[in-house]
Ligand binder design. Structure first.
Ligand code: AMP
Length: 281
């Protein structure tokens, strides 16, 4: 595996490469969820193609008072995981390389679907995400991009950006990897105390319960949403949002739940913010 610590040296390598380049952007602190994306990337790239992973903790997508400064940085372990999953190139640019003048003067600001849910809770978050991913697509020049379903609103917004800004890239969304008790793997799970970690799977259990209920009989979205909230809060987590919504617009479902709808949950557990989701079907 080649490691490139700046954009210029990566680009030199990229110019020598033809064929499929499958890209997995990350913020590091890698876990088995990331590894599953890299494994999929390897399969898609085949023997002749290339797997490129980036690690960059993007300051632009963190709000004031969020966890940018304490976000886990585990580069040595990350390198080992990526090398053992047949990554060809790892790009680890620093912030001055990505944002030469400190601030990003020009940003990609997504529309109203980015102002709800995660976007309402974290103002400016998706403009930060879209801007950095657009930059990486221009730098990495991949043929394929892999994102996780774990960050549901993120992959929908990025799909829209790719389509509307005419990036010539194939997007693939990979399923959420979970711990044995169902907790969605996340770099932020490291923040949980032993006692919090014990309570965290309530989000997954509630999602499974709610999906089963919605599949079993016609259900009113508002009623089910209220029950979801109660179950989360009974385990002493603070619900930031719990919604049953249209997976394209994120508009809350009014009345009966349809089989394409998605349940999105964000909850605060101590100092840790957890998100998860499940589609009804
Ligand atoms: P992050 O490092 O958190 O920015 O995530 C990098 C990529 O990995 C994103 O596309 C995430 O959606 C994806 N990802 C994060 N957690 C998981 C998981 N548990 N299973 C599958 N993909 C994940």
């Amino acid at each position: 595996m080649q490691i490139y610590y700046n954009i210029a040296s990566y680009r030199q390598w990229r110019q020598t490469v033809r064929g499929r380049v499958v890209f997995v952007p990350t913020m590091g602190a890698l876990h088995a969820g990331h590894a599953s994306l890299v494994t999929l990337a390897r399969q898609m790239a085949g023997a002749d193609g290339f797997v490129v992973v980036s690690i960059f903790i993007n300051p632009l997508q963190f709000g004031a008072g969020e966890d940018f400064s304490r976000y886990p940085r585990t580069l040595a372990a990350d390198q080992e995981l990526l090398a053992s999953h047949s990554t060809d190139a790892l790009l680890v640019p620093d912030a001055p390389d990505m944002y030469p003048n400190g601030e990003a003067e020009i940003r990609i600001v997504p529309g109203p679907m980015a102002e709800t849910l995660e976007g309402a809770d974290r103002p400016g978050h998706f403009a930060g995400v879209c801007t950095v991913v657009a930059k990486f697509l221009n730098i990495v020049a991949p043929t394929h991009l892999i994102l996780g379903q774990k960050d549901f609103q993120q992959h929908v917004i990025l799909a829209r950006m790719i389509e509307q800004l005419n990036f010539s890239i194939n997007l693939v969304v990979a399923p959420t990897m979970r711990e044995t008790d169902g907790l969605a793997m996340s770099s932020r799970n490291r923040y949980l105390t032993t006692e919090e970690r014990r309570r965290a799977p309530v989000i997954y259990r509630t999602l499974c319960w709610a999906v089963r209920e919605a599949q079993r009989k016609p259900l009113d979205a508002a009623q089910l949403t209220e029950n979801i909230r109660q179950r989360i809060e009974a385990a002493d987590l603070k619900t930031r949002y719990a919604v049953i919504c249209n997976p394209h617009t994120f508009a809350a479902v009014n009345g009966n739940i349809g089989r394409h709808d998605v349940i999105l949950i964000a909850a605060q557990l101590g100092t840790t913010r957890l998100i998860d989701n499940m589609q009804i079907e």
